[in-house]
Design a protein around this ligand. Structure first.
Ligand code: FAD
Length: 319
């Protein structure tokens, strides 16, 4: 890789070297980004990507609610779309909103209630950014991103703007498939905005109540005040499967509720959630997840799939 510092293009947004990433993740763990870029807007982002040498790795992050950044930090440039410009949610046509990628899912849900658009309040249950929701086809309460994403706009690693209409890709040919907590959306495209379409008109007061209900339900069943990353493992069977198995039940069955590695613990409240109890490292959390997987496999024969993204370098011990 060429020397990073001397190869970084000029930008209008912020470009920070050796920037700690732990404060930008829900787990509050992880090492620094070699460089963190916070673009001012789409032109700034596209110009930067066009000028950045191809062999410098680029990583995208939202608000880090589904991510473990490893303790050795992230090589190359990490890009976050945060701040005023990236958080905008605007009217997008009949029963639709256009949200820039950095908008929180909760802000989109609230905007939909205000605009009287039904079918988008489920987003209030997901504490990420709407751009981040694409990567795992985020969803809850029986709805997923794919049910509401009408268009997805993005920028490729080489700085080209692309737009996907519903499920048809205009970038290359492949169809974008979304399935349970999974998509084949190209990993080298940063999502910059989404056109989201609800199911019809709704009463704003009732929609606000739906959001309040979703949030109350979350607070009751999930450790949302802890340093966590949401559901650690995807359920083995997609929603709708007869006799669907839940990851949390398998983890409980394997005796892992409350299990600890270093400062990381399996939540007592919801055992598909891992928690940083205060002093955990990313290595503690990842090792705990692997221990849970191994015990579940031994006890139940089910090989759980990580839903949480694990990115960056493993820290090598100091000699
Ligand atoms: C308490 C709690 C509850 C949760 N409940 C749910 C739930 O009910 N349902 C659910 O689906 N998830 C849930 N999650 C997980 C998480 O909130 C979602 O996966 C969310 O969509 C992640 O968004 P993010 O902005 O935090 O993404 P990050 O964690 O920052 O990134 C996740 C992935 O998305 C990619 N990414 C982020 N932004 C972009 C972008 N602009 N363009 C391209 N790729 C991008 C990253 O590269 C990474 O691969 C929960 C998490 C927590 C902490």
């Amino acid at each position: 890789m060429p020397d990073l510092r001397s190869n970084l293009p000029n930008v209008r947004g912020k470009l920070l070297l050796d920037q700690p990433l732990a404060p930008y993740t829900w787990f509050r763990v992880g090492g620094p980004a070699d460089a963190l870029f916070l673009p001012a807007d789409e032109d700034d982002l596209a110009d930067f990507l066009k000028a950045l040498p191809e062999d410098i790795p680029v990583t995208f992050m939202g608000v880090g609610s589904n991510t473990i950044v490893r303790d050795g930090g992230i090589e190359g440039v990490t890009i976050r779309l945060m701040g005023g410009y990236w958080g905008k949610v605007e009217p997008g046509g009949p029963n639709s909103l256009f949200a820039r990628a950095g908008a929180l899912d909760l802000s989109v849900a609230k905007a939909s209630a205000k605009a009287g658009i039904a079918g988008l309040t489920f987003l209030s249950g997901i504490p990420g950014s709407i751009g981040g929701a694409v990567r795992t086809n985020a969803g809850c309460y029986g709805r997923e991103l794919k049910d509401v994403a009408n268009q997805i706009e993005g920028i490729t690693r080489s700085g080209e703007r692309v737009r996907f209409e519903a499920e048809i890709a205009q970038y290359g040919d492949p169809k974008i498939d979304f399935s349970y907590r999974h998509t084949n959306f190209p990993g080298d495209i940063i999502v910059t905005g989404l056109l989201l379409t609800g199911s019809g008109e709704g009463d704003p007061g009732e929609l606000e109540q739906e959001i309040a209900d979703h949030q109350a339900r979350r607070a009751e069943t999930q450790p949302i005040k802890d340093k966590t990353g949401g559901s650690t493992f995807a359920n083995p069977d997609p929603p709708g499967t007869p006799n669907q198995r839940s990851s949390w039940k398998l983890i409980d069955q394997a005796g892992c509720r409350g299990l600890r590695v270093g400062g990381a613990q399996v939540s007592e409240k919801h055992c598909n959630f891992l928690i940083n109890t205060g002093e955990a490292t990313a290595a503690d959390i990842e090792a705990l997840g692997e221990l849970v997987r191994a015990r579940v496999l031994a006890e139940t024969g089910v090989d759980l799939r990580w839903e949480i993204r694990r990115i960056g370098r493993i820290q090598t011990p100091q000699t």
